[in-house]
Design a protein around this ligand. Sequence first.
Ligand code: AMP
Ligand code: MG
Length: 495
Amino acid sequence: MSSLAPGQPGTTLPRPASWKPAFEALGPAFYTHLPPQPLPAPIWISRNAALARELGLDEHWLASQEALMAFAGSAVLPGSQPLASVYSGHQFGHWAGQLGDGRALLLGELQTPLGGMEVQLKGAGRTPYSRMGDGRAVLRSSIREYLCSEAMHGLGIPTTRALALTGSPAAVVREEVETAAVVTRTAPSFLRFGHFEHFSHSGQTEHLRTLADHVIGRFYPECGASDRPYAEFLAAVTGRTAELLAQWQAVGFCHGVMNTDNMSILGLTIDYGPFEFLDGFNPAHICNHSDTGGRYAFNRQPGVAHWNLFCLGQALMPLIQQQDHALEALDSFPSLFQDALARQLAAKLGLEAVEGPEDTALMNDALALLAKEQIDHTIFWRRLCGLHAPQGQEAVRDLFLDRSAFDAWAARYVARTADMDPVALSARMRLCNPKYVLRKHLGENAIRAAKAGDFSQVAQLLAVLQSPFDEHPEHEALAGFPPAWASSIEISCSS
Ligand code: AMP
Ligand code: MG
């Protein structure tokens, strides 16, 4: 994609034509053009060289002053006509009415080796959809989003990605005064369930159709060929969402704010707020301090995803028209999710397939054992990869107080895997059970250092989390148990 790579001989910028997002063609009902609001004295916090390479962007250009100004929202690149899109949504189970990109701006779309990639700034100032907000994002939450989206990608979980992180001394008031930051993030599309809800709930059926046809044409072309394209589209989004949720549950990821405006129409993890990777395996864990009712507790995530899909289905009804077609699509969720989760858990155990009720029981009983003592989720699974090595079983057993309960389970597991080559089994499992996840305290340490001007932990975590299944022996400390103070970190919606 040489014509698009800034820094190529003869051009230092993406060419204007390559910036035009396909979304823009939908028309002005869908967005407002506006420039970002400049931040004073922008600085680099981090650049994601790996993603830049994948996008075919020139790394030297990415390190340039021009890129810094562009990704801090302090200058607009030639050919870019930034826009904020309008959407609505259900928040915490209630219709919230119009929302929209209150602090996000789409700079444009790059044609890359990965396909068309939208480039968006988060925290670049107020938009017509900011409501009471200031349009800004703080350094703390921006570091969390920047690192976690790349961590999820490293884990093989569909997600928006993060290309760069810039900061500024500009003050931003949250519970306390913090400083501003901007995440530059990329995705084939940032469209959410809430975009569809917006045009449906306001009775703009032709715009709803335009939007659906746009998404089907670009991302779900197989549905377009069907004689019931919109129901097929709903079914396809249901399928992708079920897969995504199975991956979240298998790795112990808690999103924290699964409002319908935070649900990607492509089945990506999007809008990292009060997320957490579980330390101890507590299925009822609530990571969002503002979620007093526990609506988005870890074990409720699949059910909430299904509920959110119903909101999408309802929004698409003017196009689908036949209720039974919509219900057929939506009713597929529980079994798609269960099958996907079973596949994930079987892989974590090193099994090639779930072969019967004994396998299902083996998986469920492992989770029940973990839950009973709230055993560290990541460490349990990673140690299990070495179960068949000398002292391997002791290393897992030592995690449990109730050792006889573990021994009973382990005996079943050892019997199930008895005719497998232990070396191959272990190697296979290490590709499914990460050694490194973005634990809350790791993010917190990086944030504290960054607030003091030291961005080295951000860079170090980025590098390790981009390959979380590798050993990285020099970073062993990042794979340890969380310190006692980790449980007292409170993360709210405030970002
Ligand atoms: P969230 O729950 O963070 O995904 O945000 C919900 C809605 O609030 C979206 O429309 C956001 O654009 C908007 N929003 C969140 N924070 C801000 C902010 N600081 N300024 C403006 N809008 C915001
Ligand atoms: Mg959001």
